[in-house]
Design a binder for this molecule. Structure first.
Ligand code: PLP
Length: 389
């Protein structure tokens, strides 16, 4: 058998290694608290589940969906207007995705040719780099450094790189760094994209998970944004619908239409009952969004306060469902610290190096366990002694 060379750039990586250590621990009956993968454990509100179940009982809803239902497209437009103040043409500026991951993985195929240059953040959510790589792109990493508040500095991108780049991916509130970008960043981003004719893909997965009374909007609300790009949005975290796979690509008509054509050759659309659940989520009572936000904020406080009390100095994130922290000073490499965390304390977290070269020296913890589990994790880390210099 012979396989594609393009797959040689993807390995099993750290998550497989962590899963193996976890499996062995569980086999021995030892407790494990898993804060590695960002898999939310907060279920959807009742009305969303009811919409899904009602539609699932209708035998007509088992055909291929092929297209997004008009109701769904209208609902997304209504949601974007109400929530973000963005006007959309539902017919031409919205495309559903089988989770935003799916869109992020595939969209490069509709924009770039082999060898084209794509700008991605470092560190970044892995599919931002993997999607373009699958399509044969060359990558240029835009640093997200602590001294810049983990925000990309557009002025640092060399002119010859900007001239060559076909598209760029940016995302705030950011996974893994948790940073939020100020309005000026987006104003500059639109100007930069116009100057160099670069398509902007903005991933807005965490606009609803921001804390301490802050607000977060949409990239598309900035003047000129729709001329240069699109936004990905996801119902996974906001509405607890991760397993239902619901995301959207919204914005520039041309970019959206190319993705629609690509997808029409790849999948037959979103299961109709899931389309109904999505409509219910984004158009009905939004109290669940605030409840989810508060739950993550409380988890953030428990985890960060707890670790600070036992001697690991951690900054509280302003948003997202993650905590991003420098590793304790007695460690040099994030992977070594992560292995000790799991082997000695039974707490699984992700090494920053899994998100790109500039992630080295950091770890990411996902707030995906209940408060009690987080307290157990802090106690276990304290008792393991791994924070003691
Ligand atoms: C920044 C970011 N974008 C996209 C996704 C994928 O979300 P979805 O469930 O919509 O595929 C995630 C999931 O963790 C994420 O963190």
């Amino acid at each position: 058998m012979q396989f594609a060379k393009r797959m040689n750039q993807f390995g099993e990586g750290i998550f497989t290694k962590l899963a193996e250590i976890k499996r062995k621990k569980l086999e021995k009956g030892e407790p494990v608290v898993d804060l590695s993968i960002g898999a939310p454990n907060i279920p959807p509100a009742d009305h969303i589940i009811e919409a899904l179940c009602t539609a699932a009982l209708d035998k007509n809803n088992y055909t291929y969906a092929i297209n997004d239902q008009n109701d769904l497209l209208e609902a997304v437009s209504y949601w974007y207007k109400k929530r973000y103040g963005v006007d959309l043409n539902p017919k031409t500026e919205v495309c559903s995705l089988l989770g935003s991951q799916e869109g992020l993985a595939h969209i490069s195929l509709s924009i770039i040719d082999e060898g084209d240059l794509v700008l991605v953040p470092d560190p970044c959510y892995p599919v931002f780099a993997d999607g373009p790589l699958l399509a044969g792109a060359k990558l240029y990493f835009m640093p997200q450094k602590k001294e810049n508040g983990y925000i990309i500095n557009l002025e640092d991108i060399p002119e010859y790189v900007a001239k060559e780049a076909k598209f760029m991916i940016v995302s705030y509130p950011n996974n893994p760094t948790t940073a939020m970008a100020p309005d000026e960043f987006y104003v500059d981003l639109v100007a930069f994209a116009k100057k160099y004719d670069i398509i902007v893909l903005h991933d807005n997965a965490y606009s609803e998970l921001v804390f301490d009374g802050q607000q977060c909007g949409s990239f598309l609300a900035f003047p000129g944004a729709k001329d240069v790009g699109i936004e990905f949005n996801s119902l996974s975290k906001t509405y607890g619908l991760a397993g239902a796979r619901i995301g959207f690509c919204i914005g520039n008509e041309e970019v959206v239409s190319r993705l629609k054509i690509l997808k029409s050759n790849m999948d037959y659309g979103m299961f109709l009952p899931i389309q109904k659940a999505a409509i219910s989520a984004i158009t009905q009572n939004q109290d669940c969004v605030e409840e989810t936000r508060k739950a993550y904020e409380k988890r953030r406080d428990i985890l960060c306060n707890g670790f600070n009390e036992i001697g690991w100095n951690i900054q509280k994130p302003q948003g997202t469902m993650f905590v991003w922290s420098e590793i304790p000073t007695n460690y040099k490499k994030s992977e070594d610290f992560v292995i000790d965390m799991i082997e000695k304390a039974g707490v699984i977290i992700t090494p920053g190096s899994a998100f790109g070269p500039l992630g080295e020296g950091y770890v990411r913890m996902a707030l995906v366990q209940d408060e009690e589990e987080l307290r157990k994790a802090i106690k276990a880390v304290d008792e393991s002694g791994i924070l003691k210099v």
